[in-house]
Design a binder for this molecule. Structure first.
Ligand code: BMA
Length: 316
């Protein structure tokens, strides 16, 4: 049975609870400035990661990582992305990767700035070498996440079209492709601040980890941004999309599920940020969420499919 690192809550009423030893990143063992919004996947007893790190010049790059327990990671080398024909993928900086297994193939979707930020896909067989797929999207676009299954023969990608710099508004779209190269049939999926009362997502929203398949639909964990006098606050929550037609939003929580409350989430390079980028799920419905903390570290929070479903319905 596929067992992931997951711990029970002390309070049975909790919808989500943090790992007591957060944050899990060990910046002091590296020569990096920050390690945060990163990709994680569990395969054959090994946790593979792609860490978003920033060197001490402040440039975001992606490095590999590996762990046996899902908490203590060895940091690897910067990833050298190449196309099939050997050409190097040239970019200014790369960030916010998400791992997705789609029917036995392993992809990372990430944001890179080539001529403005945009989403890119690379495939790996060994979690060390990454082959770029042709660019499927035009700048400017961020927070790209693939569905872990094809639906009616097509791949599905969530994304958040945006402007060049720090986008002051944004919504989640859904795009379709038969070959992971040509994307189209773009659909507007989820609007930020749609009720006029959910101020926690007043500015914008963006997809988090790959959607989680449940009997009742696809659980989509997503981040939302609120403006305050002290800058933006990033929280996250959950929506439920129709199983057969994910362009239909069945439920969307009106409140955040997790918001910055702990010191390591409130204080860092960018204060008040929790940014979910990975969720591992086991056969018992346990969910382990990896999230960026204040653009400085990675933290872990636990929940279950049952609790996420309960939450999204109760606060819809
Ligand atoms: C977003 C992205 C994230 C970052 C967040 C908060 O625009 O750049 O990587 O965590 O801002 O600074």
């Amino acid at each position: 049975m596929k067992k992931i690192f997951w711990l029970k809550s002390e309070n049975p009423e909790d919808y989500i609870w943090r790992f007591k030893n957060n944050p899990i990143t060990k910046l002091e063992e590296t020569d990096y400035w920050h390690i945060f919004n990163s990709a994680f996947i569990f395969k054959d007893g090994i946790y593979h990661a792609i860490f978003r790190v920033e060197d001490k010049g402040g440039c975001p790059i992606l490095i590999t990582g590996e762990s046996k327990d899902g908490i203590n990671f060895k940091y690897g080398k910067p990833i050298d992305f190449h196309y099939k024909d050997g050409r190097k993928f040239e970019f200014l900086y790369a960030y916010d990767p998400r791992f997705i297994e789609v029917e036995g193939r392993y992809f990372v979707v990430f944001c890179a700035d080539v001529n403005g930020p945009c989403i890119y896909i690379a495939e790996t067989k060994d979690f060390k070498n990454y082959t770029m797929l042709p660019s499927g999207f035009l700048p400017f676009n961020r927070n790209g996440v693939l569905f872990p299954e094809k639906i009616k023969g097509e791949y599905l990608m969530l994304s958040r079209p945006c402007s060049f710099s720090n986008t002051s508004s944004g919504d989640i779209y859904l795009s379709y492709s038969k070959d992971l190269v040509y994307w189209g049939n773009h659909k507007f999926l989820m609007k930020h601040f749609d009720t006029g009362r959910n101020f926690w997502e007043r500015i914008k929203i963006g997809a988090g980890p790959a959607p989680i398949k449940t009997k009742e639909g696809w659980l989509l964990i997503y981040h939302g941004v609120q403006a305050t006098c002290n800058g933006w606050t990033y929280s996250f929550s959950v929506a439920l999309l129709d199983l057969k037609d994910p362009s239909k939003v069945l439920y969307k929580a009106k409140r955040y599920l997790l918001t910055p409350e702990e010191d390591y989430e409130r204080v860092g390079f960018t204060n008040n940020v929790v940014f979910p980028t990975a969720s591992l799920v086991d056969e018992e419905g346990h969910v382990t969420i990896y999230y960026g903390c204040a653009d400085t570290h990675v933290g872990i929070a636990f929940t279950t499919i049952e609790k996420l479903l309960k939450f999204v319905k109760k606060y819809n």
